[in-house]
Design a protein around this ligand. Structure first.
Ligand SMILES: Nc1nc2c(ncn2[C@@H]2O[C@H](COP(=O)(O)OP(=O)(O)O)[C@@H](O)[C@H]2O)c(=O)[nH]1
Ligand SMILES: [Mg+2]
Length: 695
């Protein structure tokens, strides 16, 4: 009896395109299993999942929500996930800790963008999958058309285990293809299914689809295949046994159907979770990284030393930090000490619990395969591994898109500064796709997310949870300036307004320097024209002048400056005077050295479906981009290009509309290049500086 809990558990992530009914289905499954007393609805904001006020206001899931409940002697952890790409991080994390996924599909729209993407992610994690075709009550819903679109997208091993009775408003039940039994549903109450005779007119269709199912199942067992071909009757347990092996191995994907909001078909989906999907024990060892990143396997053995992986962190301003984790090996006990081996910190586990949406039911321990939550760990965050003893173990980082939608932000008032800093720090703990930093050049505070919606949600959460109000605006492009030819200048700073005067005189020569040197200062003073003690002041004056170039006030880079001559005065000269003279000389020299404005060029990588490559490249060209090449990748095409950063700032919404939301991109800084002169004029005008010196 090695794996006690691990035999009983089903860890299932509910995935699918936004609006296909995952949250409603999650609710119906909880209700049907008796974990809740009423069937909540997304429209009323009364579902167990989507418990956050902003989720209810937007009627959209933003975070993953775990519900642990019992059904048929099993412990099911059902994780509702966001379908909106802006919040994909939580769907990815849920797929990491689940052993199986239920892909929900809109019965009208069929396979959508995110349906495919999430399917691929589930595939990459090697998860068993079931499909639930939802919303069959809607106008133009068509189970068989959707089944075809599923097969088209995911291959021939997608196979119906049931078909609906009736369609659109008339949909009233399902026919089970394994046992050839029919059920009709009345009302949305628990236990609303009644077994009936298969309607005569549906019999041929049911038999046709049963045959398809049996062909598919038989392919997974030679022995069963033989008897099936001999025309022998195969009983329920045998079919389900072989089906489950095929599902677990990712060789067969059963399709069920219903209407989440009417609790139609959900009892059967519950049954399928138990019958068709693997337990952690059946899934077996999972891959992790050991000493030096070497691959190791973690067996779901309750009696082994603890390995728990934290997959989500909640930053509750009142309850503090809550960490959701899955135990992969051993047992996590209340009031115990563990080691966070990722951060090398000791942590004390107080009271762990099993989550049901935002509620936690206290438990004394959680064994291998179980999913739980614990509050008040001091250092632990999502991605960390908790162990009983010192052990080198990690899980591969989640494959998440990069935060490319950047805004500069400012607190609305002085009093909000501190609050804003705390808020972004806490929200960053919750969200690995949120980037918050200060741009070293422009000095702006930057908040970057995956999309505009993502950043808007962050701003709302800052206000609601932490009382911090911020304002967003497009970030400034960190332009720079440099010179293109040598020049020289002579500057004298002189003041004689009573008392002690001021005097400094210097002559400099400047020329383009090497890439990346910033300022290269060469002192060529011979003799005592300028005393050595004043030389650093001259250099400092030049460096200060370079902070704001003469073209548009941006930092000047890569200039070699030679200090060739000068004069001083025994009484009136000072460091201050030489600094000012240095600044004056530099500015004058720069004017004559053909100064230019430079802009950052980034390397852009766009992943998009084949059919929009032409549009993507056309758009890149119109944004001054230079395509560098493309290659097939992950079922689509990856286009690489170089593009000015100024053109990237508003790229996200455009790419979204070009590709119907099916493309993603990342950017990486590459180098600086001169801004074409007609555009430089505009930057100069906008900077408010401008001596008209732009090249
Ligand atoms: N008619 C009908 N509406 C549904 C069904 N399932 C969900 N909905 C509605 O579709 C909308 C989106 O559902 P939701 O569960 O939030 O989808 P999610 O984004 O996948 O979580 C909500 O207004 C639901 O009430 C269904 O089976 N039939
Ligand atoms: Mg939802």
């Amino acid at each position: 009896m090695p794996h006690k809990a691990a035999d009983r558990i089903r860890n299932v992530a509910l995935i699918g395109h936004r609006g296909c009914g995952k949250t409603s289905l999650h609710e119906a499954l909880l209700f049907e299993a008796g974990a809740t007393r009423r069937l909540g609805s997304v429209a009323d904001g009364s579902t167990v999942s989507d418990s956050e006020p902003d989720e209810q206001a937007r009627q959209m899931s933003i975070g993953a929500s775990v519900a642990g409940f019992e059904h048929d002697g099993r412990e099911i952890n059902l994780i509702d996930t966001p379908g909106e790409p802006s919040f994909v991080a939580d769907a990815v994390a849920a797929l990491r800790v689940a052993d199986a996924a239920v892909l929900a599909v809109n019965g009208v729209a069929g396979v959508e963008v995110q349906t495919e993407r999430l399917w691929r992610r589930a595939d990459a994690e090697g998860l068993a999958r079931l499909v639930f075709v939802n919303m069959l009550d809607r106008e133009r819903a068509d189970f068989f058309a959707v089944l075809d679109s599923l097969k088209g997208a995911f291959g021939p091993h997608v196979v119906a285990t049931e078909i609906p009775i009736g369609a659109e408003r008339e949909v009233r039940g399902v026919i089970d293809l394994i046992d050839l039994e029919a059920f009709v549903y009345e009302g949305a109450g628990r236990g609303n299914a009644t077994k009936v005779e298969i309607p005569e007119e549906l019999r041929p269709r049911a038999e046709e689809y049963r045959e398809k199912l049996m062909d598919e199942v038989a392919e997974n067992s030679d022995e069963l295949m033989e008897r099936y071909l001999d025309g022998e009757e195969i009983d329920h347990a045998e079919i389900v046994g072989v089906l489950k092996q095929g599902v677990t191995a990712g060789r067969i994907f059963p399709v069920t159907c219903g209407v989440a909001t009417r609790n139609l078909g959900t009892n059967r989906l519950l049954g399928a979770l138990v019958e068709d999907l693997p337990s952690p024990a059946m899934r077996g060892a999972v891959a992790a990284l050991g000493e030096g990143g070497e691959p190791v396997e973690v067996e779901p053995d309750e009696d082994g030393p603890l390995v728990a992986y934290v997959f989500k962190t909640l930053a509750d301003p009142y309850a503090g930090r809550i960490n959701l984790f899955r135990v992969y090996r051993g047992t996590l006990r209340a009031d115990s000490h563990v080691i966070n081996v990722t951060r090398q910190e000791k942590e004390r586990v107080g009271q762990p619990g099993r989550p049901l949406g935002s509620e936690l039911a206290a438990v004394s321990e959680l064994g291998a395969g179980e999913i739980g939550a614990v509050a008040k760990l001091k250092q632990t965050q999502a991605g960390d591994v908790l162990c009983e003893r010192q052990e080198a173990i990690a899980f591969a980082p989640l494959d998440l898109p990069a935060p490319v939608m950047a805004f500069a932000y400012e607190p609305k008032s002085k009093g909000d500064e501190e609050k804003a800093a705390t808020a972004v720090r806490r929200l960053r703990e919750e969200d690995p796709t949120l980037d918050v930093h200060r741009d070293p050049q422009t000095g702006e505070q930057i908040v970057a997310g995956l999309t505009q919606v993502h950043v808007e949600v962050i701003v709302e959460r800052m206000r609601r949870r932490f009382g911090a109000e911020i304002e967003l605006h497009p970030p400034r492009v960190p332009y720079q300036e440099t010179i293109r030819r040598p020049a020289e200048a002579h500057a004298r700073y002189k003041k004689q307004s009573g008392g002690r005067g001021q005097f400094a005189d210097c002559r400099i020569e400047i020329e383009p320097g090497e890439d990346g040197v910033g300022l290269e200062f060469v002192n060529q003073i011979r003799g005592a024209a300028i005393p050595g003690s004043y030389i650093p002041a001259v250099e400092k004056g030049i460096a200060e002048a370079m902070l704001h170039g003469t073209v548009a006030g941006y930092p000047v880079k890569d200039v070699r400056v030679r200090l060739v001559d000068g004069k001083h005065h025994d009484v009136d000269s000072s460091e201050m005077a030489f600094k000012l003279a240095g600044s004056m000389a530099f500015r004058e020299a720069m004017e004559g050295a053909e100064p230019v404005l430079l802009e950052p060029i980034v390397r852009l990588t766009v992943s998009c479906p084949e059919d929009v490559v032409g549009d993507v490249i056309g758009d890149l060209n119109s944004r001054r981009g230079h395509p560098l090449g493309m290659e097939p990748k992950g079922g689509g095409t990856e286009v690489r290009a170089e593009m000015p950063m100024a053109e990237v700032l508003d790229y996200a919404p455009d790419l979204r509309s070009i590709s119907g939301g099916r493309a993603e991109f990342t950017v990486e800084f590459e180098r600086y290049e001169p801004v074409p002169s007609h555009l430089a004029e505009r930057v100069v005008a906008e900077s408010g500086a401008g001596t008209g010196a732009a090249a």
